[in-house]
Design a protein around this ligand. Structure first.
Ligand code: ADP
Ligand code: MG
Length: 499
């Protein structure tokens, strides 16, 4: 193995009660690409942030180039030769390109507190040219450039002084095909130059092609270090998830399967300032996905379909009975379920029991005359909690004390109890551990078999590709494309339409 450049030992990071990273030890080697994979929330960004000087570990130590390493800030880590690229915008509004490129390093362009702007701009020009960014003017305001240009400017900056360690944290997710290819080129170049590269990505085939070694994290804990032929998507997924799945994690088929019958349609839905002219038809047994960035308007589209927001124009029609939907109570009566993105604020009556939460949408069904039968109530709650395998002491336990995944099970149980025929799901697996995630995916497959339809919004491209029959993409409040389920659909195809 090549020379060790950084060794991190027994690293821990806790945020309040959250154990983000627990006792992880690993090494980075010169000229070697280490992949870091794990489900969302498994601690990947936390671990790399500690190397990059974002915050110190709760416990643990690092040795860098043979010396103890305790970066006090990102700038300090950068000066020491450790560069960290993330998915988020890393440049600062309201400053020029050149100022952004040398933030905190202006001193090296002047004397006695005076910065020689001419030299700074000239050096910026040089670096931009070397990195295929000839079209960027270093004296212009950085706000004038697109997200992708800004990301590439940031990347160029990070390479302006030869780094010893380059960390790329899900950067490729946010870029176009061209940007992604440039990142791949950079990785190859840096490897050649002896840089240690740490790359975090959910694209497992990307990881397979780029990496010499792959470290797997699950719930903040080190699971395995893979090398050679062991680095393949199936193996990585299995280790990330922690157990074998029958068939696959997502849907096992790549057919677009649903019945011809339309169960719900939206026509010209518009909410001024948020989304415009959204039309679609949802079929029986279909999973229709909406993909986009968080602020593209898709979350509001789902709320509007459910009747929680009144559109400026347009309508939603439930085909059965040919009724217009315009209130949440009408939607619930018509067997439409809504699972909000923020389940703590919007869907659970936190101060009450699991039982009360589960029966909340189906009181009509368990009423006898004007009385609610406690016996039927309890039976319904137990039945649905059992189907959803809610981990609890009993149904009288307070819902607020459950973990995120189990809360989501209770929310779903509530709508199952109501015999819902259409499920509107806004990021149904957000912040949920992999076991519960897989359970929700199996449930969605079961919905399809039973002719139940799903309207789903997700910010995770793999989830959309993995589960939806059709995917409608949105950007800035408008529909930008539609994809049909296929095994050749890639994250890059969708990302092109949403950024
Ligand atoms: N600044 C923070 N404050 C509180 N909790 C955090 C913070 N950053 C991350 N976490 C939590 O730590 C865990 C690991 O998160 P993260 O390292 O971002 O995961 P990954 O990058 O693998 O998706 C998650 O449970 C996340 O919610
Ligand atoms: Mg992360």
């Amino acid at each position: 193995m090549a020379e060790t450049i950084l060794r991190a030992e027994h690293m821990f990071k806790e945020f309040g009660a959250t154990k983000a990273v627990t006792d992880v030890t690993f090494e980075l080697h010169r000229g070697t690409v280490l992949g870091l994979v794990g489900e969302n929330g498994s601690g990947k960004s936390t671990l790399s942030s500690m190397i990059a000087g974002v915050y110190p570990p709760t416990k643990g130590s690092m040795t860098y180039k043979g010396k103890e390493y305790k970066p006090g800030s990102v700038l300090e880590a950068r000066k020491a030769g450790i560069q960290y690229l993330t998915q988020e915008q890393g440049t600062i509004d309201g400053m020029t390109v050149a100022e952004n490129m040398f933030l905190g390093e202006e001193d090296s362009f002047g004397r006695g507190g005076m910065v020689n702007m001419g030299r700074l701009v000239a050096r910026a020009r040089e670096i931009l040219n070397e990195n295929g960014l000839k079209h960027v003017d270093p004296t212009r305001n950085i706000d004038d450039y697109s997200f992708e240009d800004r990301k590439m400017i940031e990347t160029a900056r990070s390479l302006s002084k030869q780094p010893d360690i380059l960390i790329i944290d899900e950067t490729t997710t946010a870029l176009s095909k061209k940007g992604v290819e440039r990142i791949y080129e950079i990785i190859a170049e840096q490897k050649e130059k002896g840089t240690a590269v740490l790359i975090i990505s959910h694209d497992l085939s990307e990881v397979q092609h780029l990496c010499d070694e792959v470290m797997i994290l699950r719930d903040g804990v080190f699971i395995d270090l893979l090398k050679g032929d062991d680095i393949n998507p199936d193996n990585m997924r299995r280790k990330m998830i922690g157990r074998e799945f029958e068939g696959s994690y997502y849907r096992g088929d790549f057919e677009c399967t649903y019945e011809d019958e339309v169960v719900l349609s939206a026509e010209g839905l518009t909410l001024d300032g948020v989304f415009y002219d959204i039309s679609f038809e949802l079929h029986r047994g279909e999973i229709l996905g909406f993909g986009g960035l968080s602020d593209c308007g898709m979350h509001e589209v789902l709320k509007t379909v459910f009747g929680a927001i009144k559109p400026t124009r347009g309508s939603v029609t439930l085909k059965e009975g040919n009724v217009r939907l315009h209130s949440t109570s009408a939607s619930v009566r018509r067997k439409i379920a809504y699972i909000p993105k923020d389940r703590d604020k919007e869907s659970l009556f936190q101060p009450t029991s699991i039982k009360d939460n589960i029966v909340a949408a189906s009181l009509d069904k368990i009423k006898k005359g004007i009385f609610i039968s406690p016996r039927i109530e309890r039976r319904t709650a137990n039945e649905q909690a059992g189907i959803m395998e809610v981990k609890m002491q009993n149904v009288n336990q307070m819902a607020k004390d459950l973990s995120g995944g189990n809360k989501q099970k209770v929310v779903i149980a509530k709508w199952l109890a109501n015999d819902s025929r259409i499920f509107i799901m806004d990021c149904p697996t957000r912040g949920i551990d992999v076991g519960v995630k897989a359970k929700i995916y199996r449930l969605m497959e079961d919905f399809k078999r039973r002719g139940i339809s799903v309207l789903m919004v997700s910010e995770e491209m793999m989830e959309l590709i993995g589960m939806a029959d059709r995917i409608i993409t949105m950007k800035d409040g408008r529909r930008t494309g539609e994809f049909i389920r296929s095994d050749s659909l890639s994250e890059a195809d969708i990302i092109e339409k949403i950024i």
